[in-house]
Design a protein around this ligand. Structure first.
Ligand code: NAP
Length: 272
């Protein structure tokens, strides 16, 4: 039996077991996806324990993503090093490898809607964990990134870091109308809209030729996405990012292609 899991705190509401176990069933794998609540200060011990137990792969979630990226026992792969956060650990013959598939998940979510990022003006609202992963990934794809955040210093700081891989500028949240006017893609990477009927973007700022992506997935159709759809804009919901980050993780762990549609179906059933 293969064993995969998630470390974080808390983890009990995670949707990952439903999504991954649907894949195991679809592919006829004998495998289980377990939730491991791990308190701050015990993360390194937990990872070494998982390795010793022969666990096949781990997801990492809040509040441990940055901590894991700074552990000497983890070798960072790809864009995880630039982002400074890890959400996937793979136990290999060469040691423990750390990846950031949140970043790739967001890019693939956009690509699944035929959205090309290269050369596009991308406005991200928020400068926390989700925005950091997405802005690095989209900047390295050739997107021209603008980051607007309530705490504006955080937007400037993140934009400065992202400038090492591509084009990025930071802004205060007050300039939204003007920033959206000049954007092709708008991404809400804040928690605003989660379990509430609220958006940081007034509907009148939206237009039909805008691509609108919300990282929030509870509810599946946030106020921002409702407003965007009502003006005829293309939309991508946060569940797609979650599905693609999970699919990437599965592929890292097994070397097999993940049945994305099955994962998506399982996740949406659970969310509804
Ligand atoms: P985080 O690191 O805590 O960052 C939160 C961000 O939201 C900050 O930029 C914060 O601004 C902003 N914010 C919060 N409340 C606000 C308000 N009332 N007005 C304006 N800005 C506000 O959180 P995170 O990890 O980036 O997560 C953000 C959201 O993304 C969460 O809903 C999470 O569930 C979702 N997420 C989704 C996926 C996915 O796969 N779909 C993956 C990761 C995260 P300040 O800096 O000013 O505080």
């Amino acid at each position: 039996m293969d064993v995969y899991g998630l470390i974080g705190y808390p983890v009990k509401h995670s949707l990952s077991p439903s999504m991954h176990e649907a894949v195991y069933e679809e592919l006829g794998m004998e495998a289980k996806f377990c939730l491991f609540p791990v308190e701050k200060g015990r993360v390194e011990e937990a990872i070494e324990g998982a390795q010793a137990l022969g666990i096949d792969g781990l997801n990492v979630t809040i509040p441990h993503k940055k901590t894991v990226a700074n552990l000497d026992i983890v070798t960072l792969q790809g864009i995880a090093e630039k982002i400074g956060a890890v959400n996937v650990l793979d136990f290999t013959e060469n040691g423990i490898e750390g990846y950031n598939t949140d970043a790739l998940g967001a890019l693939k979510a956009l690509k699944s809607r035929d959205v090309e990022v290269k050369g596009k003006e991308v406005l991200l609202i928020g400068a926390g964990g989700a925005s950091t992963a997405i802005s690095f990934q989209l900047a390295s794809e050739g997107g021209r990134i603008k980051i607007a955040n309530r705490t504006e210093e955080k937007a400037y700081k993140l934009a400065e870091k992202v400038s090492n891989v591509g084009k990025a500028e930071g802004y205060p949240l007050e300039n939204l109308e003007e920033l959206i006017d000049k954007s092709d893609i708008l991404i809400n990477a804040t928690s605003v809209g989660m379990e509430e009927d609220r958006s940081l973007v007034p509907k009148e700022f939206l237009r039909s030729d805008l691509m609108v992506f919300d990282v929030v997935y509870t509810p599946l159709e946030t106020r921002l996405l409702k407003d965007a759809r009502s003006v005829g804009a293309k939309t991508v919901d946060g569940a797609w990012m979650l599905v693609y980050q999970g699919a990437e993780a599965f592929e890292i762990w097994t070397g097999e292609e993940a049945p994305v549609n099955r994962m998506n179906k399982a996740l949406r059933e659970k969310l509804r």
